[in-house]
Structures are given as structure tokens and as C-alpha cells.
Design a protein around this ligand. Structure first.
Ligand code: A3P
Length: 321
């Protein structure tokens, strides 16, 4: 229960207990905080972040819907931005010995995840790279008002759902019951999934990317898969470090693609046997990496239902999957 969580302050516990709650996917409950569903430890970290974070104009945020390609986008972002200090073809490239979540730390788990400390981030080498699942509206004003860059990725909701369901069952604590597909599906369609509803998450960044395209780059997993070369160049331009003709001719773009590919990353020692945080096994981050696995899991009535949700919530937005 919340009372037993020694990583939460008393004040936080009281605040969280006042929030609406639903059954969680891999924790007993999810709580509705600022219009999205999340776990108690995340709420505390996000509050600290909102109260203390000072953006710098050179900051880069990798913002994502969970299970939409976060690991991949972090790897690509790190490789593109740091390619002058870390040559892509180097045998010592950090992506060969660190998981992308170590190189682009999550705001809500890593950076602000230690409840008794407000981290000093002022001396981190610029540009600072951070990852987050926090919806756009809940980012601190310091970020919204600064000129920093946010690269966002989402994925078609059918695949995101299956990926989330598989992941939740792999990493849930053993004392929680297995989450069956039907229950998870209802929760997903109702919006009660970590950082969901997914449609609000997507729309927040989608709308901002239309308003401020120089600051928010909106990507989709499927588009990236289809033409990663094109999107890599687009990302580099967005980060104000476009690939030179010389780099293109030397194969730098292709080498980044290879370095960050599912096949390559999945087979690295760090990702096969390495762990992240206290006891999270990196291998769970690499499952199939394909488009359309949902066709192996969802019944026709489920497909029908989720299609209707997507149409109803995103139909007017211009955002399509
Ligand atoms: P599947 O579960 O469909 O295989 P996230 O990184 O946001 O947690 O997203 C996880 C999904 O991205 C998983 O999808 C995972 O297999 C896939 N993935 C991980 N690394 C990838 C990579 N380098 N390229 C493409 N997809 C990747």
C-alpha cells in the first residue's frame, strides 16, 4: 500500500490518496494525476521536476508514449548529437557498452527518482539529453518557454497495446496476478494505462509540433521503420547539426542506423545480460521490433473497438496510423 512505501514523503502520500485510482498494469494501482495515469513514485518525481527544473536552451528531450520506440529514439538521438565526440564507427562507442536509457536518462525514474534529493543538473555537459513519458501539458514552463528541442515518438495504438501488455507481464512483481489480454485491452481503450490516455498524450505533442515545429519534432515508429535514413537526416536538421555531404559520403548516416538497429542492439552483451536501475533487465526492452504483431493477438471485435476509439479521439486531428 501507499503507506508502506518508504520512498514517498508523508505529504505526497496524502496527496496521492486523494486522487482517483484504477487497477494498474504492473503495480497495484495507477492514479490520475494532472489528467494522466501514473504510479506513486512517478508522481513524486514529476512534482519535483515541475518545481525545480531549470531548462537550458540547448537541452534536448526525447519524449515518448511508453512502448513506442523510446529505446530506439534515445539511441538515435544520442548517436546523432554526440557524433563529434563519439565517432560512430569507434569500437568504444558508448552505445556498445551502455543501454540507451543510461545515456539519455529518464526524468521521472532516474533524474528525479531519488526522493530525498533535488539533483544539481547545472554542470552536466551541454547539450543535456533527457528522456520522459510526461505529457506535454505537464512539462514545466521552464521547458515550454525556452528554446529547447523535444523529439517525440508514438506508434500505432494496436502495436503499442500489445507491446505494453507483453512488457507489463514480463516485468511485474511475481506477487501480482498475470494481466490477461482482455482486461488490459479494456483498460487501454478506457485510457487507463501508464501516462495515458494515449490519445491525449499524442495530441498534446502533435498540436505543439504544429505550433512550434522548430522546437517539437513529431515522429511515428512506422514512418521511422519505413525510411529511417530520411528521418535521421530530419532529426539532425532539427537538432541544428545536419549531416554534411562528406559525412553522408563516408556512410555516417548508415552507420548510425546500423549501430541503433534492433538486431544490433538486441545482441549486445549490455542488452542481453545487463540491468538498469535497481533490478530491471535490459533484455525486456527488445522483443520483436516489428510492425503489425497485433494481428497475432487481437480478435476482430477488439480491432473494431480500438479502431472506433482511435477514430473518435484522433479523427479530427489529422493524426493517422
Ligand atoms: P515490440 O514489443 O513490439 O517488440 P520502448 O523502447 O518505448 O519501450 O518500445 C519498445 C518497443 O520498441 C518494443 O516493441 C521493442 O522491441 C522495440 N524496439 C526496441 N529497440 C528497438 C530498435 N533499436 N529498433 C526498433 N525497435 C526497437
Amino acid at each position: 500500500s501507499i503507506e508502506e512505501q518508504d520512498n514517498l514523503s508523508q505529504e505526497m502520500k496524502e496527496m496521492i490518496l486523494s486522487l482517483p485510482r484504477e487497477r494498474g498494469w504492473r503495480t497495484p494501482y495507477l492514479y490520475l494525476f494532472q489528467g494522466f495515469w501514473c504510479q506513486p513514485a512517478e508522481i513524486q518525481a514529476i512534482s519535483t521536476f515541475q518545481n525545480h527544473f531549470q531548462a537550458k536552451k540547448s537541452d534536448v528531450f526525447v519524449a515518448t508514449v511508453p512502448k513506442s520506440g523510446t529505446t530506439w529514439l534515445k539511441a538515435l538521438t544520442f548517436a546523432i548529437i554526440n557524433r563529434q565526440n563519439h565517432f560512430i564507427s569507434s569500437k568504444n562507442h558508448p552505445l556498445l557498452s551502455f543501454n540507451p536509457h543510461d545515456l539519455v536518462p529518464f526524468i521521472e525514474y532516474t533524474v528525479y527518482g531519488k526522493h530525498d534529493k533535488i539533483p544539481d543538473l547545472s554542470n552536466i555537459q551541454e547539450p543535456r539529453l533527457f528522456g520522459t513519458h510526461i505529457p506535454f501539458d505537464s512539462l514545466p514552463n521552464s521547458i515550454k518557454d525556452s528554446n529547447c528541442k523535444i523529439v517525440y515518438i508514438c506508434r500505432n495504438p494496436f502495436d503499442t497495446f500489445i507491446s505494453s501488455w507483453c512488457f507489463a507481464n514480463k516485468i511485474k512483481p511475481p506477487h501480482l496476478p498475470t494481466l490477461n489480454l482482455e482486461d488490459a485491452f479494456e483498460m487501454y481503450c478506457n485510457g487507463s494505462v501508464g501516462f495515458g490516455p494515449f490519445w491525449n498524450h499524442m495530441l498534446g505533442y502533435w498540436n505543439e509540433s504544429k505550433e512550434r515545429p522548430k522546437n517539437v519534432l513529431f515522429l511515428k515508429y512506422e514512418d521511422m521503420k519505413e525510411d529511417v535514413h530520411f528521418h535521421l537526416k530530419k532529426m539532425a536538421e532539427f537538432f541544428n547539426c545536419p549531416f554534411t555531404l562528406e559525412e553522408e559520403n563516408e556512410g555516417v548516416v548508415e552507420n548510425i542506423i546500423k549501430l541503433c538497429s534492433f538486431e544490433k542492439m538486441k545482441e549486445l552483451e549490455i542488452n542481453k545480460i545487463g540491468t538498469f536501475g535497481r533490478n530491471f533487465e535490459n533484455k525486456h526492452l527488445f522483443r520483436k521490433g516489428e510492425i503489425g504483431d497485433w494481428t497475432n493477438h487481437l480478435s476482430p471485435s477488439m480491432v473494431d473497438k480500438l479502431s472506433k476509439v482511435i477514430e473518435e479521439k484522433l479523427g479530427g486531428s489529422g493524426l493517422k496510423f
